[in-house]
Design a protein around this ligand. Structure first.
Ligand code: PLP
Length: 436
């Protein structure tokens, strides 16, 4: 059996090497996909915009044609201190001159320092470093299972998550994600996940069973449409977890590191999660993620139980430490609170009489503008007008400026956005009249 499988895979490798695809329909599809790739050697997993960004500084990016853009997406909530922040750059450069990588089998002082700083600004006691948000959430799921099974001696493994949530693209985290589109074609999904509607405490209670290990949620459904979760509901979930002996995991991959006006969003919700996760903005643009946990969970992750080759590598760890030091010095979370209010207020003024804009919501500098129709065209129109932003679902514009953005830059972005939406709605209206 194993042998014939091996032969099969050898045969298909040969046909690729010879430039021949399997016969028939598959061949047509393959030819079509290759044409779509337009000569690119990359798998086309991203619908990329026809813009190549080559340089960045602060809130600004330049493309390979010399055009300058105002960046209100920050690499999707990653470059939180703006592009190439000075202090982080200096620390990373110094680290590159000294040592790039050592195995986690040795002590890594930069990692110790980054972890110390993270525990100083949060209620967490212990940190595990990895490379991405999905990897941090995967670690959180593993930690919750192992805590119940090895420390508590209970056969608990199930994690309850919420509809419209987003937790990542690994098999476990896409199963945890409450959106069907990320699961299509990836069956069978791993067992041990249940999804319930958000803001429905009874549904959550009904989903809890003898195998439930944890409840995992975001404080703002970011990918799911920029919906801040109701504070009272979050507190009820936290109380329920305590009562039922379940671990509470907060996914702060997008909402953490100052983005919402506190170091981590859950600090505004008056709860103390057992575990929370971070990535995106944690290293100002270098790849890094972290799992943060309470003291009593240390017992579950003992030597040899979990690992990551690159996790907390000296360069990434130096970037994390420098990011936090900069945020402390410049009081970034407090600043975000103020600038977030300013941005929301400016948007409300700009769109007070614009029926296309249905709602403006968010927390700190994670802002959603719910519109009356799909907004994909507005994103490309924005690029033509040198303003970069993203969506969160079909009808929601998502604004993610860096956390040091100035009032002048906010004013400029709001003015551009208002002009874009006014032009867009006027054009749509004219088209409608023409068709009548
Ligand atoms: C982006 C994101 C993830 C996945 O992070 P990756 O680094 O892309 O793996 C998980 N959860 C939330 C809330 C996110 O926004």
């Amino acid at each position: 059996m194993a042998h014939s499988k091996l032969q099969d895979s050898t045969a298909s490798t040969d046909s690729i090497a010879n430039g021949t695809a399997p016969a028939g329909k598959v061949k047509d599809q393959a030819a079509h996909a290759a044409a779509e790739a337009g000569g690119s050697a990359l798998l086309q997993t991203y619908a990329r915009y026809p813009v190549n960004l080559v340089r960045g500084h602060g809130s600004w990016l330049w493309d390979d044609q010399g055009n300058r853009y105002l960046d209100f997406m920050s690499g999707l909530a990653v470059t939180n201190l703006g592009h190439a922040p000075e202090k982080v750059k200096e620390k990373v450069k110094a680290q590159l001159d000294t040592l790039w990588h050592v195995s986690n089998l040795f002590g890594i002082p930069q990692q110790e320092q980054a972890a110390r700083l993270l525990t100083q600004v949060t209620g967490a006691d212990a940190v595990f470093f990895c490379n991405s948000g999905a990897e941090a959430n995967e670690a959180a799921i593993k930690l919750a299972r192992r805590y119940h099974q090895k420390v508590k001696g209970e056969e608990r493994y199930e994690v309850i998550t919420f509809e419209q949530s987003f937790h990542g693209r690994t098999l476990a985290t896409l199963t945890a994600t409450g959106q069907q589109k990320v699961k299509d074609g990836f069956l069978p999904l791993p067992a041990g996940f249940v999804t319930v509607p958000l803001h429905d405490l009874e549904a959550l209670k009904a989903a809890i069973g003898p195998h439930t290990a944890a409840v995992m949620l975001e404080m703002v459904l970011a990918e799911g449409g920029v919906y801040p979760v109701d504070k009272e509901f979050v507190q009820q979930v936290a109380a329920l977890c305590k009562q039922e002996g379940l671990l509470l995991i907060i996914d702060e991959v997008q909402t953490g590191m100052g983005r919402t006006g506190s170091w981590f969003a859950h600090q505004q919700y008056g709860i103390e999660p057992d575990i929370f996760t971070s990535a995106k903005g944690i290293a100002s643009g270098l790849p890094a993620g972290a799992l943060l946990a309470k003291d009593y969970l240390r017992e579950a992750f003992t030597a040899g139980t979990h690992a990551s080759t690159f996790g907390g590598n000296p360069v990434s760890a130096a970037a994390i430490a420098a990011t936090i030091e900069t945020m402390l010095e410049e009081q970034i979370p407090e600043r975000v609170k103020e600038m977030g209010e300013y941005l929301q207020q400016r948007l409300r003024e700009a769109f007070a009489d614009q029926p296309f804009v249905k709602e403006i919501r968010g927390l700190g500098l994670l802002i959603g503008i719910e519109c009356a129709a799909p907004v994909a065209e507005l994103v490309t129109a924005g690029q033509k007008n040198k303003l970069l932003f993203v969506t969160a679902g079909p009808n929601v514009i998502r604004l993610l400026p860096n956390l040091k953005v100035s009032k002048e830059e906010i004013d400029q972005a709001v003015d551009t956005l208002a002009a874009l939406i006014n032009t867009h709605t006027a054009a749509a209206l004219a088209e409608k009249e023409e068709n009548q």
